[in-house]
Ligand binder design. Structure first.
Ligand code: NAD
Length: 258
């Protein structure tokens, strides 16, 4: 049997909630190519479901809980990881959250606390993870996060999440600069709309999806398998010169003018 291209690599995956999660399509693609996976699940409420999914991977993965809003949980998560994996090669951060109130209000109406929570979970958590893993990525590797076009251009209804994604994409560039000398690449994938749990929190998401499908040059939705396949390419040696980038995976939507 041929060896997978990620055989011998260990991957940490944050952001699997269910089968529709973008993180799940990436976990499947990495596992199918031989990576050993450790999944960070948000809390006990999701644990059983995430454990069942991890068991079903081509190479069954381990699951540890970690609420990324809690420093103490990050500490204990990484202690658990250290017990089972001496080195980490790939990290996926596929996590975002904003209180419903903040997502529904215009940016000029956002409350300080909602702003803090949105940026804490959607941006700071990526930096915190980078801080924990950088000494453990002794062979170099990849930190990958998920962004959206609303970071770059105004997308009605995306409000505060657009500003958080802009900060996330800037963080990708700064981390790529900081960690590049260690051989760690840092990138973001920016898919067009996909119907997931997080996406349904955006009001008017269904219209957004329809609009993308009708106007993107390829006139089709983004497929979950395509998200996994692009993340697999980014994890491969062929992507060894790609860092600090936001890679669009949006059927061409982002090339359009008004
Ligand atoms: P999802 O709901 O399946 O995933 C979001 C994940 O974030 C969940 O697994 C949830 O448990 C996790 N999470 C939230 N708060 C957390 C916390 N405090 N601690 C730990 N984990 C926490 O939805 P998704 O669409 O797969 O979202 C994944 C990423 O993709 C997000 O960053 C999202 O903004 C981005 N994205 C989504 C789309 C889309 O249309 N679905 C498009 C572009 C980018």
């Amino acid at each position: 049997m041929n060896q997978g291209i990620l055989e011998g690599k260990t991957a940490l995956v944050f952001g699997v909630a269910n089968k529709r999660s973008l993180a799940w399509s990436i976990a499947q693609a990495w596992s199918a190519e031989g990576a050993s996976l450790i999944l960070g699940c948000q809390g006990e409420r999701l644990r059983k479901n995430v454990e069942e999914l991890a068991e079903s991977l081509p190479k069954p993965g381990k699951v540890f809980c970690c609420d990324l809003a809690e420093d103490a949980q990050l500490e204990s998560f990484f202690s658990e990881v250290a017990r089972v994996a001496p080195t980490i090669d790939l990290v996926l951060h596929s996590v975002a959250f904003s209180p419903k109130d903040a997502l529904e209000h215009e940016l000029s109406e956002v409350k300080r606390d909602d702003f803090r929570v949105t940026f804490d979970i959607s941006v700071y958590s990526f930096l915190a993870i980078a801080g924990h893993v950088k000494r453990r990525m002794s062979r170099g590797g990849l930190l990958l996060t998920l962004s959206y076009y609303g970071a770059e251009k105004v997308t009605p209804q995306y409000h505060i999440m657009g500003t958080a994604k802009a900060a996330l994409e800037a963080s990708v560039r700064y981390l790529a600069y900081e960690l590049g000398p260690q051989g760690i690449r840092v990138n973001a994938l920016s898919p067009g709309p996909v119907n997931t749990l997080a996406a349904r929190g955006i009001s008017g998401f269904t219209q957004m999806l329809k609009h993308h499908q009708e106007t993107a040059p390829l006139r089709k939705p983004v497929d979950l398998a395509e998200v996994g396949a692009t993340a697999l390419f980014l994890a491969s040696e062929g992507a060894g010169a790609i860092t600090g980038q936001t890679i669009y995976l949006d059927c061409g939507y982002s090339i359009l003018g008004a």
